[in-house]
Design a protein around this ligand. Sequence first.
Ligand code: NDP
Length: 275
Amino acid sequence: MKKVILVTGASSGIGKATALQLIEEGHTVYGLARRVENMQDLIAAGGKAMSMDVTVHNQVKAVISEILKKEQRIDVLVNNAGFAVYGAIEDVSYDDAKRQFEVNMFGLAEVTKAVLPTMRSQQSGKIINISSVGGKIYSPLGAWYHATKHALEGWSDCLRIEVKQFGIDVVIVEPGAIKTEFGEVMAENFARSEHSVYAPLAHNMMNAVKSTYETKGQSSPPTVIADVISKAVKSPKPKTRYSAGKMAAQTLFFRKWFSDRFFDKTIMNMISKRA
Ligand code: NDP
């Protein structure tokens, strides 16, 4: 059945791959991001693109109501827009930490709140939140990013049991390492700790991130996550969580079954091996 689907962060990476796949599958897809110029391929493929910054709440409301005027319904929201702030806790300013939460958590919450009344009145809908394996695990110098994704995991679980009564499904997707602009943005972040006592760790992390995202075979293409999202869209009873992509299964396995101390050692070893 043809669905009306909104994908945030559709100007790049996972969001773009997802929007293109869902257009190909015959849905009415709105790509939403700040860089509309980077969504021309969605329009060429038969989709729609609108400028939306998830942190500008009035804009979020206006965009959703414009879509509703045209479509009269919203079946699926893919909350994908996000980025990573990296750097030692001592080196990241509160302004940067707050910006991280504004995009990855409060922006996502605002888009969700803007579509919920419609989904409630339809008595149907799916909200697919792109978390990360980083919503379950942790890495050094990633405190603020992991804080947003761990928060998103708990927030999504609460939302799921609140809105089930209205026929709305909430799905969490936990990607592993996926080759997108994300790795480049993340690697630039370590400059924050370049001249601090954390410089050696920042140097190792930067090299590990570069090796993960730049070495062939160390990260998966974004279509791997687009496939999972498409599966959740199609399923009459989607799983509460999906994980996919390079390193996702291994890291989640270690986190689930081994102690904190063991995981600490494992993650630090992985970083120094790749540095
Ligand atoms: P990209 O950097 O390629 O894409 C990020 C997208 O988010 C862009 O389309 C960008 O659009 C959008 N975005 C960022 N800030 C805002 C904002 N304020 N308002 C609206 N849109 C915004 O990264 P990915 O595709 O990799 O990331 C997508 C999601 O996947 C993120 O939530 C990320 O945390 C998650 N993830 C990624 C992993 C990876 O290895 N790549 C691993 C685990 C999770 P624009 O700049 O045009 O606004």
